[in-house]
Design a protein around this ligand. Sequence first.
Ligand code: IPE
Ligand code: IPE
Ligand code: MG
Length: 262
Amino acid sequence: MANQSTETGRLAPPRSNETGSSGEPGKNLPRHIAIIMDGNGRWAASRGLPRTAGHKAGAETFRRIATYCKNIGVKYLTVYAFSTENWKRSETEVSAIMALLKKYLLEAVDTMERDHIRLHFFGDMTPIAPELRALARETDEITEHLSKDDFQANVCLNYGGRDEILRAARRFAADCAAGERRVEELDEALFSEYLDSAGIPDPELIIRPSGEQRLSNFLLWQCAYSEFYYTDTFWPDFDEAELDRAIAAYQSRDRRFGGVKK
Ligand code: IPE
Ligand code: IPE
Ligand code: MG
């Protein structure tokens, strides 16, 4: 059966990605999974390594988990890579994270078309160094040419949920001032179109590794009815089996959206 555990403990590729009742293998696979990639620093410290080694290992985990999501039929993977608050870290650490992102993007511009991976950024790119910003723009342009059915990874860079909402509110206000929108038009659907996640369904499942149980300013608008899954595993050690467990936990839950259990 699709999406059933195989002998290796992995989920077999699902036949379809449609939403069905929970507990049915092959159905009810989250279309959109979001991950707070946390624990890189503690992973490194536990091995006597510098924090930057943890970020390097974390970048490899992202590559692996993105490939796995694509293979099992998840449509969107949104990862928290650098928050609006992460600038508080040492310059050495921030530079190392930016260098890793640059390295990843340089590889991605060459391979995303071949691998049918759409890559998109959430966050305010204004304070990002010009070279990295240009690369992000380039990947966005390539993404535009790929099929909308292809797997899409959203990387949150200089991202904060509150900042995203403020930027959206400012843009809507500017459109009103320009006479392109009217205040009375604003509803949840229209406001969503001003967010970085415009056109992307809300994540059904949000995963935070490393033992922390908080959102840290991640997807504040979009998480309204997301299911949360926490694990003590540090992000560099997070693997396919761990993702399978998170998906299985999601599939066992009753999502009522304010209604009553059927
Ligand atoms: C997540 O790992 C990566 C970023 C926030 C950039 P951390 O660097 O927060 O690792 P810990 O939480 O200190 O272990
Ligand atoms: C959240 O992790 C941000 C990212 C994973 C990019 P943090 O490590 O920055 O969050 P706090 O400080 O533990 O809340
Ligand atoms: Mg952390």
